[in-house]
Design a protein around this ligand. Structure first.
Ligand code: 1GP
Length: 254
């Protein structure tokens, strides 16, 4: 499925290490699911989560957002619409360049394992097929430019984030994304805490082609509205979905 980023206003971040609400009808009206978390994520719990969601919402775009290449397999790639790969501007080098090279290197070197064929890559035909499959797979990876602003979050810890960006730096990272790096998504990430509209306003000034996501601490219609009015294209809601599904419903714009 080609992702229509313009159609996305509300994203639910589903942590595969946490249990799903008993009644998944709360997801009615969300536009996209991102499956990923910081701790305890495995290929198996990612696939279980995708199974449960797909059963009830077969048409919903579902993206895997891995925090390491060990959660990505041929099976997960086949089952999702895209693999969303974070690139953290204010993280360490591993999280802006290193992990991506590892992932693409793995894909480029192991097409037989990743694609479930044991045919050795010898001979022109098989080799060229292997390359086609690698190109197909690579095209399923989409980059997400992140600025991680809650220094106390697991996301900041894992990505080696030591400093919060000022709104001016957030604007600079947004401009770099739009004009230089070309990732389809710019993500202001306050994971676990509400950051307010300031960074969103700063980033929105420079984003036209790029879709602007804000995530962190949204647990009411008022916060959802404040962020969307500040210029975010979409809000991402995570904790509230798992912890308080009825309140989560209120975060979905009507
Ligand atoms: C986390 O941005 C998402 O990656 C959502 O944040 O869990 O605080 O809603 P919350």
């Amino acid at each position: 499925m080609q992702i229509d980023w313009d159609a996305i206003t509300h994203v639910t971040k589903v942590d595969p290490a946490k249990s799903l609400p008993g009644d998944l009808s709360v997801l009615e009206g969300t536009d996209m699911i991102l499956v990923g978390g910081s701790d305890g994520v495995t290929e198996a719990n990612v696939l279980e989560t995708i199974d449960a969601l797909e059963e009830q919402y077969p048409e919903m775009p579902v993206l895997q957002e891995p925090n390491g290449s060990d959660h990505v397999s041929r099976t997960t790639i086949d089952r999702v619409d895209a693999i969303a790969v974070p690139a953290v501007y204010n993280g360490d080098r591993e999280h802006f360049v290193g992990k991506h090279l590892d992932l693409f290197t793995e894909i480029g070197q192991k097409p037989d394992e990743l694609f479930g064929t044991n045919v050795p890559l010898v001979g022109g035909l098989v080799k060229s097929k292997g390359q086609e499959v690698v190109a197909d797979l690579a095209s399923k990876l989409v980059g997400e430019a992140y600025v991680v602003q809650n220094l106390a979050s697991a996301a900041a810890d894992q990505a080696g984030v030591e400093d919060q960006y000022t709104p001016e730096q957030v604007a600079g990272a947004a401009l770099a994304t739009e004009a230089f790096y070309g990732f389809p998504v710019f993500y202001v990430e306050y994971s676990g805490t509400y950051g307010g509209p300031e960074d969103v306003e700063a980033a929105a000034r420079y984003l036209e082609e790029t879709t602007l996501f804000y995530g962190g601490g949204i647990d009411s219609a008022a916060k959802a509205e404040e962020i969307l009015e500040a210029g975010a294209d979409a809000i991402v809601v995570g904790d509230c979905f798992h912890d308080d599904p009825e309140t989560f419903r209120e975060t979905i714009p009507t």
